[in-house]
Design a protein. Structure first.
Length: 61
């Protein structure tokens, strides 16, 4: 399974990643983008490419 991980040291909470994910995987939790629907991530890297802070990585686990 794939998971988008957010590095909070880099993230500026612009929330672009939530908007662009075509699968609706990311949601806002306590002001931070959070990978909620793990089983739905397709690893398309749209969020990763969109993030202006390079704060997202997609990992397999
Ligand atoms: S696009 Fe990047 S900087 Fe913006 S909320 Fe998502 S992880 Fe944070
Ligand atoms: S890799 Fe694609 S499907 Fe997975 S969270 Fe990012 S934009 Fe959504």
């Amino acid at each position: 399974m794939l998971q988008a991980e957010i590095d909070r040291e880099k993230c500026t909470q612009c929330l672009e990643c939530i908007e662009v994910c075509p699968e609706g995987v990311l949601e806002l939790v306590d002001g931070w983008p959070f990978h909620v629907y793990t089983e739905k991530c397709k690893g398309c890297a749209t969020c990763l490419n969109m993030c202006p802070e390079d704060a997202i990585s997609v990992v397999e686990y």
